[in-house]
Design a protein around this ligand. Structure first.
Ligand code: SF4
Length: 134
């Protein structure tokens, strides 16, 4: 029997977002959506996180920061591309400084920006079905 994950602590990195995705992330932690009630939370340190969540196309100047945060999250861990830009198909996909999104995401949450209700649904479905990759 596979052991599934019961909560997910997420470290967010802005990889050059327009801030639309950050608005929805902020809404997720507010009283309307209250993602904490489902075991989902944004944490301040990668040392406290199970997952890296990137927004934006990952610009050339943020690519190193994204990888450093990923390295600082202890295994087992998850890479989440939040929004179309991080998924590599957003409006900034071909911008001159774009890295083209998050490399090798384990989970993609589409949308520009993603709808908070859909974000909670995707993350809860993932929690029900999966354990962190080792
Ligand atoms: S997916 Fe949309 S809202 Fe999110 S950073 Fe890209 S352009 Fe902005």
């Amino acid at each position: 029997m596979t052991k599934t994950q019961r909560s997910l602590q997420i470290r967010h990195v802005d990889g050059g977002s327009c801030n639309g995705c950050e608005q929805e992330l902020a809404a997720l932690t507010g009283p309307d959506y209250d993602m904490q009630q489902f075991g989902l939370d944004i944490v301040a340190s990668p040392r406290h996180a199970d997952a890296l969540l990137a927004t934006g196309p990952v610009t050339d100047t943020m690519a190193t920061a994204v990888e450093r945060v990923w390295d600082a999250v202890a295994a087992p861990k998850l890479r989440i591309a939040f929004g179309d830009c991080a998924a590599g198909c957003g409006v900034f996909q071909h911008a001159y400084a774009s890295h083209g999104g998050l490399d090798d995401p384990d989970l993609v949450i589409p949308g520009c920006p993603p709808d908070p209700k859909a974000v909670i649904q995707v993350l809860r479905q993932w929690l029900k079905a999966n354990a962190l990759p080792s």
